[in-house]
Design a protein around this ligand. Structure first.
Ligand SMILES: NC(=O)c1ccc[n+]([C@@H]2O[C@H](COP(=O)([O-])OP(=O)(O)OC[C@H]3O[C@@H](n4cnc5c(N)ncnc54)[C@H](O)[C@@H]3O)[C@@H](O)[C@H]2O)c1
Length: 303
């Protein structure tokens, strides 16, 4: 596939949290394919404390040294003012925004018993509110341009749950709902939104896995999917992909055949108990693609 097919030359991409880890890999690859890149990073620690300009500057320098176009931004995604500043950097420097990769993130891992409200709120503020603010600032421009490509960064932690991450898994699952609804609302204006659940070696994960595993999990193995999802002719919208170590897979929601009781006869606890095996049997389970299909699946036996 050539750069012309990707349609990224001259497009402007904003990557949040691009001063390191996955965001840096995305930024470098977008630039390599000819996109103008805004490298946003607050430049703090992985727990959301601190800030600085060095991380974003370093990635901008790397892109420029390789002959690409990039501008740095040091705002926080977690305030409206910060997010507006990030998108303004794109507009002021490159004239518009075509691509937004919501990637910035932090961790405040603790078992639920020990989790404080601050740990909870800060994680929601960066992941959920951050994606909301940045997308909110980019959305009117994308609608006006009738062109937009958005990627949201979820996590297996949200899809499956993960011990010690009630705050993070809530935020990451929230981003799936956000992205799937944005996909529906952006469709008519050629704005495509997709979601990734990556796994990669970064400062977030380096203490969790041994070196031989981390070696297989380079962020560079995630970035190609993100760049592809933001290419011009992509006809994919509202999908979820797990990606890492060279493995890329689409994730779907399955609904068991279950039981279909007659609502006119009432539904009792005893009915649930009697049908428990059927309800949980995933034989012949179906993929559901929309809320309409879901509602229809619930009603079809009695309408
Ligand atoms: N690494 C993994 O295995 C993995 C797995 C699932 C999801 N993720 C998600 O991928 C994204 C990138 O994570 P990573 O692993 O590269 O970690 P990372 O810590 O290297 O990258 C996150 C970046 O976001 C920046 N950031 C934090 N708060 C910010 C804010 N308020 N405004 C702007 N920038 C901010 C940080 O400075 C950092 O550079 C995160 O959303 C993370 O939750 C990572």
């Amino acid at each position: 596939m050539s750069d012309n097919d990707l349609g990224l030359k001259g497009r402007t991409a904003v990557i949040t949290g691009a001063g390191g880890g996955l965001g840096r890999a995305h930024a470098l690859l977008f630039a390599q394919h000819g996109a103008n890149v805004v490298v946003n990073d607050l430049g703090g620690n992985f727990d959301g404390t601190g800030k600085g300009s060095a991380m974003a500057d370093q990635v901008v320098d790397e892109i420029k040294a390789a002959g690409g176009n990039a501008a740095a931004n040091y705002d926080s995604v977690s305030t409206e003012e910060g997010a507006n500043g990030i998108i303004k950097t794109a507009v002021d420097t490159f004239g518009t925004i075509d691509i937004l990769v919501n990637n910035a993130g932090i961790l405040r891992d603790k078992s639920f018993a020990k989790m404080t409200e601050e740990d909870w709120d800060l994680v929601q503020a960066v992941h959920v509110k951050g994606a909301y603010y940045c997308t909110k600032a980019a959305w009117p421009i994308m609608r006006e341009n009738k062109y937009g490509r958005i990627v949201l960064t979820s996590s297996a932690s949200g899809i499956y749950g993960n011990f010690g991450q009630t705050n993070y898994s809530t935020a990451k699952m929230g981003l799936i709902g956000f992205g799937q609804t944005l996909a529906l609302e952006g469709e008519k204006n050629n704005i495509r939104t997709n979601i990734i659940a990556p796994v990669a070696a970064s400062r977030m994960t380096e203490s969790l896995m041994p070196p031989n595993v981390l070696e297989k999990l380079k962020p560079e193995f995630v970035a190609p999917l993100v760049v592809y999802l933001c290419s011009e002719n992509i006809d994919v919208n509202g999908e979820i992909y797990e990606v890492g170590a060279g493995a890329v897979s689409r994730i779907e929601t399955l609904r068991s055949v279950g039981c279909a009781l007659n609502p006119d006869d009432g539904v009792s606890v005893e009915d649930i108990a009697a049908n428990w095996e059927k309800i949980n049997d995933m034989t012949d389970a179906k993929i559901l693609r929309s809320i309409a299909e879901s509602t229809q699946a619930s009603l079809q036996h009695c309408m």
